[in-house]
Design a protein. Sequence first.
Length: 325
Amino acid sequence: MIKLINNSKRDFCLLNLTDPQLKAGEWDNENKVGAVFKKTVETLVERLSPDLITLSGDLSYAGDIESYKNFADYFDALKIPWTCTFGNHDNQDGDGPVKAVIDEYEKHEFFVFERCDSALGNSNFAILIEKNGKNAEGVILMDTHDRVPYKTDECGKNLAWAGLSSAQLTWYAERVAELKDAGCNDSTLIIHIPINAYLAAARAAFKSPKPDKSVTLGDTYGAGIWNAGYENSYGVFHEPISAYPEDEGAFALIKKLGSTKNIVCGHNHVNNWVVNYEGVRFIFGTKTGTGSYFEPEINGGTVLTVNENGVSAVRHEYVDISSFL
Ligand SMILES: [Fe+2]
C-alpha cells in the first residue's frame, strides 16, 4: 500500500476531479475545451493548495495516447501528488491502451500508483494518508471497467454498465483489513461508475427520486427537495444514475466491514448530489471542464478534508466558466 505522509497544521486536502474527457486536439491553447479545463484546474489549485489530486476516471478516450500524455505532463508540472482510476472511456478498448497509459504515467515524478492484478482491472490500489503521525484515512481506488454483457432489454440493448466484480470485492476486503492492521479505521472509495446502492441512496433522500432538471443547484442547498433526515444533502440530480442494474453486493460488504464512510464516483456528468445514506456518504463528484456533455454551473471538483481522525468534511468547489462559453 502506498503511504502519503502529511505533517501540515492544516487539514489534508484531497481534490477530486472527474470526467474531463479531453481529446488530444483539445489541449491546444487555442481550444476552448482545453482552456476551460486548465482554467478550472488552475483556479482550484490556487484556491485550495491540494495535497493530493485524484481523477475519478474518463480522462480521455482509449487510444488517444497524446491526450493521456498531456494529462501526465500537465499534472506533474503542478508538483502535487496526483493519481487516477480509470473509467469506461479509458477502458473501452481493453487492456492494451490502459497499460500503455500506465507505462507513460509511471515515468512521472508526482504520479501516485500501484500496479495490480489486471484480471481485476488496471486501477485498483490504495493509499494510506498518515496525518500528524496517525494513520488517518485510506483512499481505495477501484476500476469499474466499461460495459458488460447483460440481458436484452425491450430496446434490444444487451449491455450494462459494469459493477465491481466479486473478485474485486474480495480484494477490497483485503485492503480494508490491511488498513485496520495499520490502525486506520476510515476509508474513502473512489470509483468511476457508481455502485448499485446509489439508486437506493437517491430513493431514500430525494422527495422526488427521479432526475429533475428544473431543480437548480441553488435549490439543492436548501432543505426543500430532501426527505426528512436527509436535509444536509446537496447537489443536483439531472440525469438517471448509470450504475450496474443489479445489486453487486458492494454496499452490504462496505457496511459489514465498517471502514468506508465516503464513496466518490463520476460517470454521470450532471449529477453531483451528496447524500449520507445508512452511515456512508454517497458522492457524485463535480465534473471538471466541458469535455463531452456538461452543464456550465456544475463545473469544478470535490474536496475531502482529512484530519487525524479521517475525513472531516466534503464539499464541492465550483469554478465559474461563463466568460469562456
Ligand atoms: Fe464514464
